[in-house]
Ligand binder design. Structure first.
Ligand SMILES: [Mg+2]
Length: 367
């Protein structure tokens, strides 16, 4: 008996839809206050009938519109080409090199890369995590919904509500104008949750180096799991100084642009932990390279947003640490992620397992 390979896939079209999804918990950080998440949904069609999907959180409405425009143009450039993510990344990387593969262009190309990998795993009838060599074991996740900048009493109440879906870890945003308020809020949240719940803290780049060290030392006794992005994301020397001065581990990486930038962080020992963002790191292809660089120095790697996509990548990350969970995409998905005992497993469905909710999309359509 001879075996016959499945047909290779060829790109025929890419469709995007812009939705603004109301957030269950509004999010105020040192950078912005949000009540709805601007998401761009991507459907990559192939001549063979397989559809690959991905989605992006675009930070701003203009981001979603600009990314959609780059995807529309890129789709024309790769129409008819084989669905080979590495080759497509190389091809589009050259086409967009002079514009600069960063920001909007980086996110657009990442969305295409993710959709291509999804299509390949769907065609193989395997979850992406297993297609890439991992398995479907549950991984530790923290609830990153809500807990924005707010008074101590409100933060303590919201922190307890965030455990309700089955979590035992949450993320708290700090960086109030007065450092004493930061301490007051963190103390209240710790007291409300008890010592067994992990509390991550994020400053969203709002501090200076001396301030970050001072505020970090003030929190050192509160058993905070990590302190994230205290200062401008690109100041690696500043981060190295902060990490050396504090007992609490320093986390950064959601703004690392492309996999090679991971090397700069680990070479400078700028952080104890790394958090990669699948859109900024270069999609699935970029993630695999970035995670390998972190693993070479044994740096634990967590995910940033897009939990439905990121969970498949965390499953194949050698130094896998935490999944960042938000419920933002729930209302546009037929089967949202399931949380069990503080853990989330990649779903046992082909590819990423993203199934759009038609009704949910209609309600939130913004383009
Ligand atoms: Mg962050």
């Amino acid at each position: 008996m001879t075996s016959v390979a499945r047909p290779l896939l060829h790109i025929s079209a890419i469709r995007t839809r812009f939705v603004k999804v109301p957030m269950k918990f509004p999010l105020g950080t040192t950078a912005a206050r949000m009540t709805a998440a601007p998401l761009l949904l991507i459907d990559l069609e192939t001549k063979e009938g397989v559809v690959g999907r991905s989605y992006l959180f675009c930070y701003r409405d203009s981001g979603a519109r600009a990314i959609a425009e780059v995807i529309r143009e890129a789709a024309e450039l790769i129409n008819g080409m084989e669905a080979a993510p590495g080759k497509i990344a190389e091809f589009l990387g050259r086409r967009y090199a002079l514009l600069g593969v960063t920001g909007v262009a980086r996110m657009a190309l990442a969305a295409i890369d993710i959709a291509l990998w999804d299509a390949l795993a769907v065609a193989a009838d395997m979850p992406l995590a297993t297609f890439l060599g991992g398995n479907l074991d549950p991984l530790p996740a923290y609830n990153s919904d809500g807990l924005g900048l707010m008074p101590a009493k409100d933060a303590a109440e919201e922190a307890i509500r965030l455990l309700e879906p089955g979590f035992n870890a949450v993320k708290l945003r700090l960086g109030h104008a007065d450092a004493r308020v930061d301490l007051e809020v963190a103390t209240a949240v710790r007291a409300a949750l008890g010592n067994d719940v992990a509390v991550m803290v994020d400053y969203n780049q709002g501090l200076t180096v001396p301030d970050a060290i001072q505020r970090g030392r003030a929190l050192d006794g509160l058993n905070i799991y990590w302190l994230e992005e205290q200062i401008r994301h690109s100041d690696l020397a500043g981060y190295a100084a902060i990490a050396a001065a504090l007992e609490t581990p320093v986390q950064l990486g959601e703004n690392l642009d492309g996999p090679d930038s991971v090397f700069d962080v680990v070479a400078n020992r700028a952080a104890d932990y790394l958090m990669l963002d699948i859109a900024r790191i270069g999609g699935v292809s970029g993630w695999l390279r970035g995670a390998a660089i972190a693993a070479a120095r044994g740096v634990p790697v967590s995910t940033h947003l897009f939990p439905e996509i990121s969970i498949h990548l965390l499953a194949v990350t050698p130094t896998a640490h935490w999944l960042e969970y938000t419920s933002w995409a729930d209302s546009i998905l037929e089967e949202p992620l399931q949380i069990v005992d503080g853990k989330i497993a990649p779903p046992n469905r082909p590819g990423l397992g993203l199934q759009w909710s038609k009704a949910g999309i209609e309600r939130c359509r913004a383009d």
